[in-house]
Design a protein around this ligand. Structure first.
Ligand SMILES: Cc1cc2nc3c(=O)[nH]c(=O)nc-3n(C[C@H](O)[C@H](O)[C@H](O)COP(=O)(O)OP(=O)(O)OC[C@H]3O[C@@H](n4cnc5c(N)ncnc54)[C@H](O)[C@@H]3O)c2cc1C
Length: 677
């Protein structure tokens, strides 16, 4: 077969036949696209290209031999040796991104139409609900006719209340915090729950890692240190529901001092920055780029004033409200132009420079968002991130002074973490899933709506369960392939969300290396950083002119619990998690302790995702099928995912579990408003 023929079958020039290559063999994946576990669109992105890039960067393909086994029978031809090489060289990350963006652009045109028609559909829904309150049977009849879901009236969208134990059943697909939260809440309210998780263990993106220090420690010392890889810290002020959950599950937390250290070597902006330190010390980037820091201050002030104005923060009835991540739509919040105007645009319009944005803002937040493209980040979120991980620290979010870690120590004091890092987070998932029919290592392949309204959920082991309700709590792309009879409207919404790896499929921010090689930190700053920096961020200009943001997460500082926390500072083991190592640098292979991959981890904070999230209400609950998890919320964090699970469980008929927590309940109701169910 010729490479030319393969390239034509790329899902764009030829939509009827999809060909890919791998190691010189040509595979026809046209039929398989409907069953691709990552979804049809993601496979279409690879059509006409070589799979090596996708296998290297989406390591899920290599974790078992499933992908290879699925591919083998689809072989239809062979390339010459020369063309095998050409196919590999042609499939660059840029080529992949180009195709993905073309697909997203198509989806975006459609979502614009859907979002523009939202007010109309909301009016229709309200009308049907209004009629239904007076004449329920008429409400139900009307709900059958309209093309959008009317909560409480459309078939399958009525809440079920178990009068006796396990009267009704729910299947939850995806065992991250959203799925486990939904499953737990349903079980607490008497539902029979089956929870499916494709990976060997539940926890989703809340991963942990065991560091083996046996060669370096005395016999009677703790040999293994358990740390998190994600969900290392959270501001309890904003994570009200997650905090309530930890209290209920009896999981102990401790204060987590955080301090980002940034080392820029980019011409015109050479200097360092302790994120939590407001002082203008010699060589501080605050001094080098003072004008830009001021511009950013104005940007945040404006953003604050506008957001407060639209959300009625000034109104007497809102004065009692504690700060919240979920209240940007309160009052007239939906009309706030900053929902779609990027923070970057606002900052630039006030005279801020690109240099500051690329060398300070983006590196500072890349550690949190795992993506170095933050220009689409909506201005409405500016005040929120500033209050959690400030660039302009003040007394309410930072602490500075003398400590056992340094003469001039300074850190962010808004966050908490596990008392015992790796153990704490695992206990959360164990306790959430206790008593549930948990099927780990079991990928769901198909969900069918049966004529009697029940849903049949098929898994990869050729087993199925029949249930009354289904809650999807997995990444968005796969859902269309699992729930094949979804509507055209659902298809548009499911095709829209953009994830961090859509922009940077091969960048180091997706790939983590756990290691103990401290030489990656510049010698001048090494000792200080190992002692007190939760992150070491090095910003350099690459030979191709682009900026590289290297992140070393310092788990020696970030990990409480046995084995690390109480050790004298000079005895703490070096525990670094490296992303996007700078040009010319390397990690001593003998000090590498493991690797990890965060593909499909973070949906981007972008106006497009907000549109998909708001539009989702039109199909959420259709035929008793619900959607939660991070792509269904306004941003991406543990509290939001967990709460989205509670919102879906509530729509299914479960009780809200923290009734007595006033502020947590307000957040729950705010997210219900946003999700529209
Ligand atoms: C490196 C990193 C650091 C982070 N740090 C923090 C932090 O400090 N604080 C914080 O609040 N948040 C943090 N986050 C974000 C947080 O981890 C996520 O917001 C949250 O865990 C997402 O949970 P979720 O349930 O929505 O989705 P996921 O965790 O993605 O869960 C989805 C689950 O669905 C499963 N699945 C997919 N398809 C199927 C199928 N067909 N059948 C069955 N199961 C399926 C997947 O295997 C997965 O387990 C971090 C994330 C990363 C990657």
């Amino acid at each position: 077969m010729s490479l030319d023929e393969v390239r034509k079958c790329d899902g764009i020039q030829n939509k009827d036949r999809l060909l890919v290559t791998h190691d010189g063999i040509v595979y026809d994946v046209t039929m398989f696209a409907e069953n691709h576990p990552g979804g049809r669109t993601l496979l279409e992105t690879a059509a006409g290209l070589d799979l090596q890039h996708f296998f290297d960067n989406y390591t899920v393909h290599g974790k078992s031999d499933k992908a290879a086994n699925w591919l083998a029978p689809l072989a239809v031809g062979k390339l010459t040796e020369e063309e095998t090489l050409m196919a590999k060289q042609h499939t660059t990350p840029e080529k992949h991104v180009e195709k993905r963006m073309a697909m997203l652009t198509k989806a975006r045109r459609k979502i614009l139409v859907v979002t523009a028609s939202l007010p109309l559909w909301l009016a229709v829904r309200n009308f049907v609900s209004f009629v239904g309150w007076f004449v329920p049977s008429l409400g139900r009849s009307l709900a059958r006719i309209v093309p959008v879901v009317v909560p409480g009236f459309s078939p399958g969208a009525e809440p079920l209340h178990c009068e006796e134990e396990e009267q009704y059943s729910v299947a939850v697909i995806g065992g991250g915090i959203a799925g486990c939260g939904a499953a737990w809440s349903c079980k607490e309210s008497g539902f029979r729950v089956t929870l499916f998780e494709a990976r060997p263990h539940v926890s989703g993106n809340a991963r942990t890692f065991d560091w083996d220090f046996s060669p370096y420690r005395e016999k009677d010392e703790e040999q293994t240190v358990r740390s998190c890889v994600s969900v290392t810290a959270w501001p309890s002020l904003y994570y009200k529901n997650y905090t309530a959950l930890l209290e209920k599950l009896d999981i102990e937390t401790v204060h987590q001092p955080l301090s980002w250290f940034l080392n820029s070597k980019v011409e015109g902006a050479v200097g360092t920055l302790w994120g939590a330190d407001p002082r203008l010390y010699e060589g501080s980037l605050r001094k080098v780029l003072e004008k830009d820091f001021n511009r950013y201050k104005y940007t945040l002030n404006i953003s604050n004033v506008i957001c407060d104005f639209f959300t009625f923060r000034w109104a007497p009835w809102r004065r009692e409200d504690e700060p919240s991540m979920y209240d940007n739509h309160q009052g007239l919040g939906f009309m706030n132009p900053f929902n779609i105007i990027p923070l970057y645009t606002l900052y630039r319009s006030l005279g801020g420079s690109d240099l500051w944005w690329d060398v300070v803002f983006t590196p500072h937040y890349t550690a949190s968002f795992l993506v170095d493209e933050l220009r689409p980040f909506p201005a409405v979120f500016g005040p929120l991130i500033e209050s959690q991980i400030p660039l302009l620290p003040n007394k309410s979010n930072c602490w500075q002074g003398k400590s056992k870690r340094g003469e001039n120590d300074c850190n962010i004091n808004t966050c908490v973490t596990w008392k015992d890092a790796g153990k704490g987070i695992r206990e959360v998932f164990d306790r959430l899933t206790s008593g549930i029919d948990l099927r780990e290592n079991t990928r769901v392949l198909d969900v069918k709506v049966l004529p009697n309204g029940k849903k049949r959920v098929y898994d990869e082991n050729d087993k199925y369960v029949d249930v009354d309700r289904v809650i999807f709590a997995c990444p968005v792309n796969a859902i269309g392939n699992i729930h094949k009879s979804h509507s055209e409207l659902a298809d548009t919404i499911l095709a829209t969300p953009i994830y961090a790896d859509d922009l940077h499929p091969s960048s180091g921010h997706m790939h983590a290396v756990m290691h103990s090689d401290s030489t990656v930190i510049e010698s001048e700053h090494r000792e200080d950083c190992l002692k007190r920096a939760s992150n070491y961020v090095e910003v350099t200009r690459l030979s191709n002119g682009e900026i590289n943001i290297e992140n070393q997460y310092n788990f020696g500082v970030q990990t409480p619990g046995p084995g690390v926390y109480d050790l004298p500072l000079d005895k703490k083991p070096v525990m670094l998690i490296s992303h996007s190592l700078g040009e010319g640098k390397s990690i001593d292979p003998s000090l590498v302790r493991g690797t990890g991959n965060h593909a499909r981890a973070h949906p981007l904070y972008s106006g497009w995702n907000v549109m998909a999230m708001l539009s989702l209400r039109l199909v959420n609950g259709e035929n008793g099928i619900y959607y939660c998890s991070n792509w269904t919320t306004p941003a991406n964090c543990h509290d939001m995912s967990f709460l989205s699970g509670l919102v879906c469980a509530h729509a299914v008929g479960a009780k809200y579990p923290f009734e007595h927590k006033r502020e947590a309940k307000k957040d729950f109701n705010r997210l219900r408003d946003l999700m529209g169910i």
